[in-house]
Ligand binder design. Structure first.
Ligand code: GTP
Ligand code: MG
Length: 183
């Protein structure tokens, strides 16, 4: 007898948040289109990208990436943008300490405004981006990110570079794995 495997489709809304110019748009462009540009054009409001993943034999994941402008932290639209999100990437720029200090503000804003159906916080992965520029950076000033991310409730952290394509795929895969096992 033959059984036809039923494919299921999961639509996942994932937020990409963090301060101005940390590289959120660049990370998404790298992940979805394999391109990178040095040119900086600030995102206004929110942008969207979609990536379809053949997750396993039964599951197709439609990953909807919400690219939230850094300047939205000062606006009052985030509650609307965050609605029904099931995960997030919080990004900082390894060369600018102020963007690291903002990480907990973004995470706090997120946890205050969105949660899973069971009331638990949505999984969040921390990204220290522009690691290609580390030698100009502030590694010495950063706390140990292993401890920091665990204590602050991140499900993982990565040093990334959208420019050199370092750990972008790994970070997003880690997030999707967590989402798939938590919902
Ligand atoms: P907003 O939309 O204003 O919130 O900024 P954003 O977080 O989307 O930043 P964006 O991706 O536009 O990148 C800002 C600048 O940083 C651009 O000039 C990018 O080329 C540069 N950039 C982004 N990622 C990297 C990286 O991994 N390495 C280096 N060297 N530059 C990067
Ligand atoms: Mg942007």
């Amino acid at each position: 007898m033959h059984y036809i495997a039923m494919q299921q489709e999961r639509l996942l809304k994932v937020l990409v948040i963090g301060d101005l110019g940390v590289g959120k748009t660049s990370i998404i462009k790298r992940y979805v289109h394999q391109i990178f540009s040095q040119h900086y054009r600030a995102t206004i409001g929110v942008d969207f990208a979609l990536k379809v993943l053949n997750w396993d034999q039964q599951t197709v994941v439609r990953l909807q990436l919400w690219d939230i402008a850094g300047q939205e932290r000062y606006g009052n639209m985030t509650r609307v943008y965050y609605r029904e999100a099931v995960g997030a990437l919080v990004v900082f720029d390894m060369t600018r300490f102020s963007t690291f200090q903002a990480v907990l503000k973004w995470k706090g804003d997120l946890d205050a405004k969105v949660a899973l159906c069971n009331g638990r916080p949505v999984p969040v992965v921390l990204l220290g981006n522009k690691c290609d520029q580390q030698r100009y950076g502030l590694c010495s000033k950063l706390p140990k990110l292993d401890t920091f991310s665990r204590e602050q409730g991140f499900v993982g952290w990565y040093e990334t570079s959208a420019k050199d394509d370092t750990n972008i795929e790994a970070a997003i895969t880690c997030l999707v794995e967590n989402i798939m096992s938590s919902s």
